[in-house]
Design a protein around this ligand. Structure first.
Ligand SMILES: Nc1ncnc2c1ncn2[C@@H]1O[C@H](COP(=O)(O)OP(=O)(O)O)[C@@H](O)[C@H]1O
Ligand SMILES: [Mg+2]
Length: 275
């Protein structure tokens, strides 16, 4: 029996197609190999795996900031060969320009996206997204005057403010306290649902993936035993069977939640790193 999510995935328009990616920093020992998946337009996909399995590297290839050793990435049928404004990235480290204020960091992105906009339009857009991440009071501060969580929120505002077709998020909420994290997760969900944005997000947090993702890619680490090297890769794709209208508060009351959670945790504990 096909559930709704599987059915939706099969009939939806493919926005991003990843084919046979591998990346080797050391010849003959690729971090991962044969990574293939697609993202449907409007879909939210999370990827989970231990440190070092290559999640950030995959995301950087999708962003056009790194190249794969083999394989291809296509967005809306066109090969990705470099960064583009239709893909917004939130980096694991915030990657802000340290000499610019919060306002200027975000305005820089808005102006690159809409070079024809006047000063007032740019300001309004910047202020809207700074408010969204709760940083209005810090808008004229520089990154060095902000905490790690605040810098991460600037990175989120900067990626979201240009309304990219696709968001690539590398553990965007990792540095946030639980309360802020919850609020921003809710905001993210409501923005991407309204705008039909497609999201590829790396997270370490199983509950976060279950809350946000339509599908969850489980990624394994490369391993070596008896002199034989096995690259990492996508070990399994889990379709989230929970109703799409789920909320943080209701999550653990939903049928199927514990089964799904245990399945992912079991993967991380016993299968993600082959010995
Ligand atoms: N520029 C690089 N040069 C050499 N090795 C790298 C480079 N970037 C990443 N690696 C290695 O590739 C592996 C995967 O890294 P990464 O994609 O950051 O993993 P993850 O995000 O899953 O923690 C790690 O072993 C890391 O040390
Ligand atoms: Mg990483």
């Amino acid at each position: 029996m096909l559930n709704d999510a599987v059915q939706a995935q099969r009939t939806a328009e493919v926005l991003l197609k990843v084919e046979g990616l591998s990346k080797a920093f050391v010849a003959g020992k690729p971090v991962f190999a044969d990574v293939s998946f697609t993202l449907a337009r409007g879909e939210f996909v999370c990827i989970i795996g231990h440190s070092g399995c290559g999640k950030t590297t995959v995301l950087n290839v999708l962003a056009g900031l790194d190249t794969a050793s083999s394989g291809n990435v296509f967005m809306a049928g066109r090969e990705v060969t470099g960064p583009g404004l239709e893909r917004g990235v939130v980096f694991q480290g915030h990657a802000l320009m340290p000499w610019l204020t919060v306002r200027q960091n975000i305005a820089f992105a808005v102006k690159s996206r809409w070079p024809e906009w006047g000063r007032a339009e740019v300001s309004a857009q910047v202020e809207k997204f700074v408010a969204l991440v709760g940083l209005t009071a810090a808008i004229d501060k520089k990154p060095s005057q902000l905490s790690g969580g605040m810098k991460q929120r600037v990175g989120i505002a900067r990626a979201f403010c240009i309304s990219p077709k696709m968001l690539l998020l590398d553990e965007p909420f990792g540095a946030l306290d639980a309360l802020t994290r919850g609020t921003i997760q809710d905001e993210l969900l409501s923005i991407v649902r309204q705008t039909q944005q497609t999201v590829f997000m790396i997270t370490h947090d199983v509950d976060e993936a279950i809350l946000l993702a339509d599908r969850i890619l489980l990624m394994s680490n490369g391993s070596e035993s008896a002199g034989r090297y096995l690259p990492g890769g996508i070990a399994e794709v889990v379709v989230n069977p929970l109703p799409r209208e789920r909320s943080r508060a209701s999550l653990h009351h939903l049928d199927g939640y514990y089964e799904l959670r245990n399945h992912i945790v079991d993967f991380l504990v016993s299968r993600a790193v082959a010995h």
